[in-house]
Design a protein around this ligand. Sequence first.
Ligand SMILES: [Zn+2]
Length: 162
Amino acid sequence: MEDFRVGQGFDAHRLVEGRKLILAGVTIPHPRGLLGHSDADVLAHAVMDAILGALALGDIGAHFPPNDPAYQDADSMALLGRVAAMAKAQGWRVRQADATVIAEAPRLLPYVQAMRENLARVLAADLDRVSVKATTTEGMGFAGRGEGIAAMAVVALAPLAR
Ligand SMILES: [Zn+2]
């Protein structure tokens, strides 16, 4: 059986006024956005952590420290591209990614296709192997109260073709 790697990632950011809501590089119209040192793209961050986990390379904070001014308002999809390049440098490619965004609002379905396309492009993965799902928690917990948005992701890596 071909060698492979699997990784999982989780992230959450607080929703506040005066910030853009950006998920997988897609700016989504909403009165509030996610708070963070970077653009706080919670979906990109979960996928980054999943890839880093598959590589056993630690987590996003170790590679892109939140107190480093270099990452102030950073484009998280560009950082995701750097993580994908780390995988490639170690001989791996993203074979599949599946992610879930947990948000009470806004309704994300109209933006799912654009998120998938952005992720597939940055990961150099086939679009039909990149999945983004959206769910609520039916009003329960921090996501349900609209205090923040969370994301989970799983990735599978396969060896680069030699
Ligand atoms: Zn984050």
